[in-house]
Design a protein around this ligand. Structure first.
Ligand code: WTA
Length: 830
């Protein structure tokens, strides 16, 4: 594992940022401040709702080198009552005994923020803790007693010397400046420029966004009412929540993404490289060709009666035809709803029943890695279900994906199904544009919430267009000629905003990859980077961690010389993965944009603007133009300066979702009722002294597995559908690769014995009901669940048990039966 290599990283480290003028951290002047490190975390710890916080202290000695060394001896002598020893932080102190206690800044507020490495007393023995879990050790003897550590710490700590000196790497105080070369051509090359634009964007958002909107084609300009181009109410106390941008303006996002470039003479420029699951399967699509394909699908949809405002469900693999289908809907003003082609028939049926499409577009099958997925049979079963429950889909268009499965092997419903290849290519390759209002719906995308029913997030046209294009351009410093690869699937919001609309609106060339990053081997991504000379690569921390596991060699085997910019999305990226991505993948040359945003926000909210300011590994840095974040405490009071709490947004931005389809009341209660006057994101966040934002993960009952949001209630509902499962409670727990894993406590029906067979059956039930990506990692048999006297399950306790933080269960006296907890702990390893 590269993170365990000995020696101090080449990272510039500045332990005392506010004293240090050099952002490269080379001049550690004076002693490190204790102020920041003795801070206690108030309400902003991990699992903000319930968890206990630890405050701590640190003593530093600052050598003149670029690292901050902490002497264990000095540290222990200055220990305060609130400090933790290394023994304590290793959850019981069995690794190094008290004699080597290290006081360090242990602020339990982030999920991924810690890795520790230190030498055992004998030189050469090295143990590694990363993300709170033991990874490897040269000497196993020392490690047998320490299995798991739940560490939500701030820093990367490396003890590299057998002489008892620990070297602390502190992500929060590590600044990575863009290179001079990067800055020279950057669109926004300085902090001053970013600051000036940001100030303007929040002072006069209408003027700011109108200026940018004017760069797009509008059939008719938007109205200005009382001098305003947008209206908003984010305060539920003042009436219904409402957001509108550029209302009255007539435009079309497909026209802006394709026709505009073709009309500007770019028909033969490449819009998309498609790379199939199997190496060697690929195609290249120009803007001219893409427009033709889109027009044909648009004409077909019209021919089967799809009109402006009608919903179309798309359940397809990552073929070129998937973004084509989305753009075709947009062209005719239909509302697309893409369902990730990993969802089960039940989940698909649920979505179909909610938005009632006339047409479903799909493919007969797809190879994912070495595995065949028979999509058509899933669709058949979903369509049968939805028909039974009152909505019959009239037309199902099936793309014959012969690489995966043969036409003859595809089940068929005569009066409903048509082959894509039979009906689409016959259509005319020109199609009229439907001019729509800026506030007409563009798409619906279902996402998990904390109740069982998925939420249909609704985005409209004009604001979404302007905002996704602008965020794409600036967060990736997009310049003509860049080749941009986003590994996301169009089934998720990233595939909408940053594989399809954002890049194409900028006329960018995108790479669309059908496969998985590790197939046929861990070098696939870098092979693709070299093949297409990718300059901007955007992926998720879970992919980075799984590639990191394969070591540096598969990366280094490929040149990657074309890369100039990297991106990360979907969950907090731990500093160790950040560092690997930066140093190994990007050869310490490419800035990383860690983009925080959500299905609901439509576009990036907190993100680096890479030429403008230095990065900190693991921080999403600063708000994008027009975004006004607020960190609030549990009472909804906005916190100032350095703080931790709940992340909210104070005012609207153009691509904000406008409602939850068919349920405006749920929209208001979920997002605007918890903290009055604010949009509540559901995430925890820390803001450091320099104003950098550090996302800490979900604080609600949503679990983020490999960057996919899964509601614990959805998994629970699936589990209890098994006839032998009486009750289930599901929580997330830290997972090395996936970010979070799914941990399910299940109570069986009276008289049923827990068995391995049943465990497998329960997991299979969830795979079947929701999809394979939602399968629980751990099933924990629970004869009883910890409940309050009013019957509410205390998830806080379950989270602690799942995380092995048995000694931090807190007060269990309010439980109806406190004995249940003991019982669960006993059964943990059974
Ligand atoms: C998480 C994905 C930390 C967060 C675009 C959010 C992140 C949820 C980041 C939204 C990031 C996304 N750093 N956390 N850079 N990006 N998240 O709707 O918890 O699928 O609330 O949108 O992912 O997930 P969604």
């Amino acid at each position: 594992m590269s993170t365990l290599s000995s020696g101090v990283s080449s990272f510039p480290i500045c332990p005392s940022l506010f004293l240090c003028s050099s952002t490269r951290g080379r001049s550690n002047r004076g002693s490190c401040s204790r102020g920041r490190l003795t801070s206690s975390c108030g309400s902003g710890c991990t699992g903000l709702v319930n968890d206990k916080c630890d405050s701590s202290s640190v003593s530093w000695s600052t050598p003149s080198s670029s690292s901050c060394r902490v002497s264990p001896t000095a540290a222990s002598s200055s220990s305060s009552s609130s400090s933790l020893s290394i023994g304590e932080f290793l959850s019981g102190g069995s690794f190094l005994s008290g004699s080597r206690s290290l006081q360090c800044a242990l602020i339990r507020r982030r999920r991924w923020d810690f890795s520790v490495r230190f030498m055992a007393p004998t030189p050469g023995q090295e143990a590694g803790f990363q993300n709170g879990r033991l990874h490897s050790a040269a000497s196993k003897a020392d490690l047998t007693k320490v299995q798991e550590v739940d560490a939500h710490f701030q820093h990367e700590i490396h003890a590299v010397s057998s002489a008892g000196q620990y070297v602390v790497e502190d992500a929060e105080h590590t600044l990575i400046e863009p290179s001079d070369e990067f800055r020279r051509t950057a669109l926004i090359p300085s902090r001053e420029k970013y600051d000036a634009l940001y100030r303007e964007s929040v002072k006069d958002p209408d003027a700011f966004w109108s200026r940018i909107a004017a760069e797009f084609y509008w059939k008719e300009k938007w109205e200005v009412n009382d001098g305003k181009v947008h209206i908003e109410n984010f305060d539920i106390r003042k009436g219904p929540i409402k957001v509108e941008w550029f209302k009255g303006g007539k435009t079309n996002i497909c026209y802006n993404a394709l026709d505009r470039h073709v009309e500007a003479g770019r028909a033969s420029d490449i819009a998309m490289y498609w790379e199939g699951n199997e190496p060697g399967y690929d195609s290249t699509v120009t803007f001219g060709k893409l427009l033709e394909l889109v027009c044909q699908v648009a004409n077909y949809l019209r021919s089967v009666g799809v009109n402006k405002g009608d919903a179309v469900v798309i359940y397809m693999p990552m073929l070129v035809e998937l973004p084509v289908a989305m753009l075709a809907c947009a062209r005719i003003g239909a509302i697309h709803s893409v369902v990730f082609a990993g969802f089960s028939a039940d989940s698909l049926a649920q979505r179909i029943l909610d938005c009632k499409p006339k047409v479903v577009l799909t493919a007969n099958g797809v190879m994912r890695g070495a595995k065949l997925i028979n999509l058509k049979s899933i669709v058949d079963s979903a369509l049968a279900q939805s028909k039974e429950q009152g909505h019959a889909v009239e037309t199902c268009v099936v793309y014959a994906n012969e690489v995966a499965t043969k036409k003859e092997q595809t089940a068929w419903v005569g009066e409903r199904d048509v082959w894509w290849q039979d009906v689409i290519p016959r259509q005319a390759s020109k199609s009229e544009v439907e001019w729509v209002d800026a506030e007409d719906p563009l798409f619906l995308l279902y996402t998990s919430g904390s109740t069982g029913k998925p939420k249909g997030v609704l985005h409209t046209t004009g604001g979404y267009m302007v905002y996704t294009a602008t965020t794409f351009k600036h967060a990736f410093d997009y310049q003509p000629g860049d080749i941009y690869w986003c590994t996301a699937d169009c089934g998720w919001i990233t595939g909408h905003s940053y594989l399809t609309y954002g890049p194409l609106l900028n006329g960018a060339t995108v790479v669309n990859f059908e496969g998985v990053p590790t197939y046929p081997d861990a070098g696939r991504c870098w092979e693709i980077v070299d093949k297409y000379k990718v300059t901007i690569f955007y992926t998720a921390p879970t992919a980075i961690r799984s590639l990191m596991r394969a070591g540096d060699e598969p990366v280094k085997k490929h040149s990657r010389a074309s890369l100039r910019m990297l991106g990360s999305v979907g969950e907090p990226i731990n500093p160790a993965a950040w560092k690997w991505y930066y140093e190994v993948v990007g050869d310490s040359r490419c800035p990383i944009s860690d983009t925080w945003w959500q299905t609901e926000t439509g576009g990036f909210m907190i993100t680096p603007v890479p030429g403008a300011f230095p990065l900190k590994p693991g921080s999403a840095t600063f708000p994008f133009f027009g975004v006004q974040p607020a960190i609030v405490d549990e009472n909804g009071n906005e916190l100032e300066g350095e703080c931790s709490g709940y992340l909210c947004i104070k005012a609207s931005w153009p691509s904000a979702f406008r409602t939850l389809y068919g349920d405006h009341a749920r929209y208001e209660t979920t997002y605007f009722a918890p903290f009055k006057g604010f949009y509540f994101s559901g995430d925890g966040c820390h803001r450091d002294k320099d104003g950098y934002y550090w996302l800490t993960g979900r604080v609600d009952d949503v679990i983020n597995v490999s960057g996919h949001r899964i509601g614990s209630a959805e998994v629970e509902s699936a589990l209890v559908l098994h006839h032998q499962c009486a009750e289930a409670a599901v929580v997330g727990y830290d997972h090395d690769v996936k970010g979070q894993g799914i941990y399910a406590f299940v109570t069986l029906v009276e008289g049923v014995e827990y068995s391995e067979e049943l465990r497998k059956a329960l997991i299979a039930k969830v795979r079947y009901q929701i999809g394979p990506f939602a399968a629980p990692d751990i099933i924990h048999w629970a004869p009883g669940l910890p409940k309050t006297r009013s019957g509410k399950i205390m998830r806080r306790i379950l989270r602690k048990i799942a995380a092995n933080q048995i000694d931090e269960l807190g007060d269990v006296s309010t439980l109806a039966d406190p004995g249940v907890v003991e019982q669960l702990i006993e059964l943990k390893h059974k």
